[in-house]
Design a binder for this molecule. Structure first.
Ligand SMILES: Cc1cc2nc3c(=O)[nH]c(=O)nc-3n(C[C@H](O)[C@H](O)[C@H](O)COP(=O)(O)O)c2cc1C
Length: 300
């Protein structure tokens, strides 16, 4: 989760038994890479790093830099993954790709991708808005060749249990960690996340258009709905991508004005109610094992 999951969150998740991921922004500074990597490079448990495909197409250096620190997993999503995946494989690192429809799945079946992340439209941040997590998971599992991770809308132990019972090998959880103490992000954003429920999100390209970001149109983003997205999400044609608006949006982000700036979050925002440590969230999520065991007993 670029902007939310830096090295501190990734390290805390990995230390608690997960595979913590650093979300890399489109054009990270060298010293940002160094400082985030310093949280994870000495870990004895696996950690990973996630990139946007379209950003790597332009510049592979951030991936090269992170590979120096020994990640166990590199995810590349949204755009052409070919060069990035080749580089990760050269370094002997596992690759994963988020898929959002059948065409993405076909691409992810090529040899350069090891793990498929079935990421449904309920998820926070950028991605496709075509298929929900459950139908996508069933599609991804039908290939029977590569491990599948379920993503999108999973925020509780019951959600993880459902994904695993549905055939996933693991669950990929983003939004649930947005208000952890280790997550980066202004206090206003974390508070907005805690105050929102599952029907307070909106999927839109309005924020990308306003900021003049080069996201391809099939990848909008799911964010908390606010004054700006309520005005434009259903009426993108009336949104003028002026320099003035771009500056206003930049300022709103700097000031964490959540009525204008995007707060990316998925429908699992419902389950974020307090500021917790990542370890406390992991502890809660771990009870998926008990839920699965009880379910198995019920149907034995
Ligand atoms: C704030 C935020 C930022 C995100 N940034 C990225 C990103 O930079 N790269 C990426 O591949 N996915 C990104 N995602 C998507 C996540 O990888 C994942 O698909 C999503 O969080 C899963 O759904 P969930 O939010 O319902 O748990 C982001 C998600 C959020 C909430």
């Amino acid at each position: 989760m670029a902007g939310a999951a830096g090295g501190a969150l990734a390290a805390a998740v990995s230390a608690a038994g997960g595979v913590g991921m650093i979300g890399v922004p489109a054009a990270p500074a060298e010293d940002w890479i160094q400082s985030q990597a310093s949280y994870v490079s000495e870990l004895e448990t696996p950690w990973g790093v996630g990139f946007m495909g379209w950003a790597l197409e332009e510049n592979l250096k951030p991936l090269e830099a992170f590979l120096e620190y020994g990640p166990s997993l590199v995810t590349i999503s949204f755009g052409d993954v070919t060069r990035g995946a080749a580089l990760a494989h050269e370094a002997g690192v596992l690759t994963a790709m988020q898929i959002g429809n059948a065409e993405d799945l076909e691409r992810a079946m090529a040899d350069d991708i090891d793990i498929i992340i079935a990421r449904g439209a309920e998820g926070g941040g950028h991605g496709r808005n075509e298929v929900g997590t459950l139908p996508l998971l069933q599609l991804a599992c039908s290939q029977h060749q590569k491990p599948v991770i379920a993503a999108g809308g999973i925020g509780t132990a019951h959600g993880i249990a459902a994904a695993l019972a549905g055939g996933a090998d693991a669950a990929w959880v983003g939004t649930r960690f947005l208000s952890t103490t280790e997550a980066t992000g202004h206090a206003n954003l974390k508070a907005a996340v805690r105050e929102s429920g599952m029907d307070d999100t909106i999927y839109t390209r309005a924020f990308d258009i306003a900021q003049q970001l080069p996201w391809e149109p099939q990848y909008g983003g799911r964010a908390l709905s606010n004054d700006f997205s309520r005005r434009y999400a259903a009426d993108l044609d009336s949104l003028q991508a002026t320099d003035e608006l771009r500056e206003k949006m930049k300022q709103a982000r700097a000031e964490a004005d959540v009525s204008l700036a995007p707060v990316y979050a998925g429908q699992a925002v419902e389950f974020v109610r307090e500021e917790q440590s990542a370890a406390a969230v992991m502890e809660e999520l771990r009870s998926f094992r008990r839920i699965l065991a009880e379910t198995a007993q019920r149907f034995a």
